[in-house]
Structure formats: C-alpha cells, structure tokens
Write a protein that binds this ligand. Structure first.
Ligand code: DGL
Length: 244
C-alpha cells in the first residue's frame, strides 16, 4: 500500500513521523508545497486551488490513499479533492475530534483549539465538538507559531514569549487540540506552559488511531519515504532528516 501525504510545507512531516513509528503503509510519498507555504493566512478559494494542484501532483504516483496532513487544507478542501480522486482522502480534523472524544468524557471539560487563521475561522473543529455536546471550547488563532517552528525554534525565550502572548489570559485547559501540523514540534513547550496538565491531541497519532479504526492493519516494517517539494526539495529533505 502506497500512501501520499500532502502538506503546505514541512509541518506535515509530524504526521509522516507517526506513520513511520506506527507503520500502516509500505510506502509514503510526501509532498510539501514549500513554494507557497503558509496556507494559514490565505483565502479559502486559494487553499482549494492549491489542494487541487496537489491532487494533480499525486496523479503521477498511483497512490492507494492520500492523507492531508495540513489542518488548513483539511478544513476547506476535502470535498473538492475527493471529487477529483479515485482513492480515499483522509483529513486530520475528524481523527483529531475522535481522539479527543475517546479520551475526554466530561462535556464540561475546558477544550482549547489552536490553529492557523484559516483553520480557526472555518470553525470545523469547534462545530464538530459542539455537535458532540462539548460546552467549554476556546478557539485561538496562533499562526505566528508556524514561522517560529519553521525557523527551528522549538524551545527558549522567543517561543516562551510567544506562548505568553497567546495564552496569558487563559485558564489551564483540560485538553488542547494541536490543530496545526507544526505544533507537535513545540508540544513540550506548550505542555510546560500549562504545567503539563492538559491532554494534547496530536494530528499524526490521531491519524494512526483513526486509520486502524477504519480497518487498516498495522505493519511490522517501517515504510519507505520519498520526499518532494514545490521549492528547494533538498532543504525539505534536510529538515526531514532532522525531524524524522
Ligand atoms: N500546515 C498548516 C496547518 O496545519 C500550517 C502551515 C501553513 O499555514 O501552511 O494548518
């Protein structure tokens, strides 16, 4: 089984990492649209257009399934992408919601969703959680955390200042949905900020759980991964070598 993983850039490698640590597919074709990242501040029509171009890219690879690691793309483009593909396409929002629902039974729990401007404005996470009966939901755009991670800053003063900027007037949540590919890389700092009390929902791990629930089987052997990018593939491969 060959799976494609699509992201706006490098961040989706966090989802690839989960699928390397918990193999389900023999082969991963990763495509990061590094020429046009970030998607988070862009208009929904642009996000859908870019996502459809990614489908054209994957037409070259005969994949059995596609994972949209990008939360922003998952929030807007799945119906359009599915209408152009003859294989299943999985976004990260549904798995994230399920992972939370399986773990947080108290409907009064304090849930914090963090993501890009586009993801938060889509209300996709929020609406699904409301449908499930959760009552205390806070959604926060934290898009500035994306370039910080892109710069390789995953700890230290600059990041701490940014977390303080975004989180200073929040109560400690019971759970945080890391609704952006980059945030698992700063999960430690986010956890520390809230004294390691909240449960953190990570898209990659949620995806593994979701696919196993869908009937996909766990494999023994690590998948082979090939990385492509729309700009400077060598740089993305270098980042992959570090992160993976
Ligand atoms: N991959 C995006 C997401 O998960 C973050 C980076 C971007 O804005 O493109 O929403």
């Amino acid at each position: 089984m060959k799976v494609g993983i699509f992201d706006s850039g490098a961040g989706g490698l966090t989802v690839a990492k989960s699928l390397i640590e918990h193999p389900i597919f023999n082969e991963i074709i990763y495509y990061g649209d590094t020429a046009r990242v970030p998607y988070g501040p862009k208009d929904s029509n642009t996000i859908i257009r870019y996502a459809l171009e990614a489908i054209e890219f994957f037409n070259n690879f005969n994949i059995d399934a596609l994972i949209t690691a990008c939360n922003t793309v998952s929030a807007y483009a799945l119906p359009s992408m599915r209408s152009k593909a003859n294989y299943p396409i999985f976004g990260v929002i549904e798995p994230g919601i399920l992972a939370l629902h399986n773990r947080i039974k108290d409907k009064n729990a304090n849930i914090l969703i963090i993501g890009t401007r586009a993801t938060i404005n889509s209300r996709r996470y929020e609406d699904e959680l409301i449908k499930l009966g959760y009552k205390n939901i806070t959604s926060l755009q934290t898009g500035m955390l994306v370039p910080i991670v892109e710069e390789g800053i995953t700890e230290g003063k600059v990041l701490d200042a940014m977390l303080e900027y975004y989180f200073h007037n929040l109560n400690i949540p019971d759970a945080i949905i890391l609704g952006c590919t980059h945030f698992p890389l700063i999960a430690n700092a986010i956890g520390d900020y809230f004294h390691n009390k909240p449960l953190l929902i990570h898209s990659g791990d949620a995806m593994v759980e979701y696919l196993l629930n869908q009937g996909y089987k766990a494999l023994e052997k690590e998948p082979q991964i090939t990385i492509y990018a729309s700009d400077n593939v060598y740089q993305l491969r270098q980042i992959a070598a570090q992160w993976l």
